[in-house]
Ligand binder design. Structure first.
Ligand code: GUN
Length: 278
């Protein structure tokens, strides 16, 4: 029987801490403002964006909505970002990804001022993370570190295996776990014997985007299993990359989906917005 890591509860605690800080800043006459840019009307993106705006309202951050049509040109989007960069009263800028195919995502990310890049996607922030300097850190991996720490799980000296090497999760996750003195392996779709690799893990971070892929035979007895997946199963029900029912009896601790990593991403976004304002 594994300890269930309650991301909903822990994210609630973080949001309450952020709320107190936002109030403090307000007393000093500083308002925290996040600009949220969405291009098109992808239903999944709309859900994410709405959840982010809801969290802003809860903690007292003012969110500004910029909803652009699917057909917006790259120039128009870049000029909006530039305009937001220059606005003194905007602390953070978030452009929801993915963007339509005709827009160069990299170019958009590079245009966001690193000081307002609350997603931590700008190369300057990514570079700072990789050399242990201060800067914005991608929200999902930062949230996973908080989940582990606030659940009393030690990272130092542990075998940490990440499955997935994305710029948003896998790579920054590796940097953060190294910083916490974990021994880190990054595996991915071309890894030869994935089962052998994941079975070494004291801490396993599953981020490959395949519904219920990781069954008990991928997991070492007593391992901490962090599920970053957000998929739909055969019945259309939300599920992770981990087959929870199979893995839970074998794991030492596990995050559920929903209610694990997901809410932490948003809590860390709120943390980053306050940092941007400070
Ligand atoms: N799309 C999926 N995850 C994210 C995220 O963390 N930030 C942004 N901006 N877009 C996303």
């Amino acid at each position: 029987m594994a300890m269930i890591i309650d991301g909903k509860k822990i994210s609630g605690e973080i949001k309450d801490e952020v709320k107190a800080k936002v109030e403090q800043l307000k007393e000093q006459g500083k308002e925290v403002v996040l600009a949220v840019v969405q291009v098109g009307t992808d239903p999944a993106s709309t859900v994410y964006v709405n959840n982010k705006k809801k969290a802003c309202a809860y903690v007292g951050i003012r969110s500004l909505s910029y909803e652009l049509p699917e057909t917006v040109s790259q120039e128009e989007l870049l000029s909006l970002v530039q305009e937001l960069n220059e606005k003194k009263d905007v602390n953070g800028i978030l452009v929801q990804l993915p963007l339509p195919r005709h827009i160069d995502e990299d170019k958009v990310i590079m245009t966001i001022s690193p000081e307002k890049d609350v997603d931590g996607f700008h190369p300057q922030n990514v570079g700072n993370l990789s050399i242990g300097r201060k800067g914005f850190v991608s929200c999902t991996p930062a949230g996973i570190i908080q989940l582990l720490k606030r659940s009393g799980i030690t990272i130092e000296g542990k075998e940490c295996v990440i499955v997935g090497r994305s710029n948003i999760v896998g790579k920054p996750m590796a940097m953060l776990l190294i910083q916490e003195n974990g021994t880190v392996t990054v595996s991915h779709s071309r890894t030869k014997d994935l089962k052998e690799v994941t079975n070494r893990a004291d801490i396993l971070v599953a981020a490959i985007g395949k519904a219920k892929f990781f069954t008990a035979e991928y997991v070492k007895e007593g391992a901490v299993v962090i599920d970053v997946g957000m998929n739909r199963d055969e019945n259309g029900k939300l599920c992770g990359d981990v087959d929870f029912d199979s893995v839970e009896p074998k794991a030492g601790a596990i995050t559920p989906v929903p209610g694990g990593v997901g809410p932490m991403t948003i809590a860390m976004l709120m943390t980053n917005c306050v940092e941007a304002a400070e």
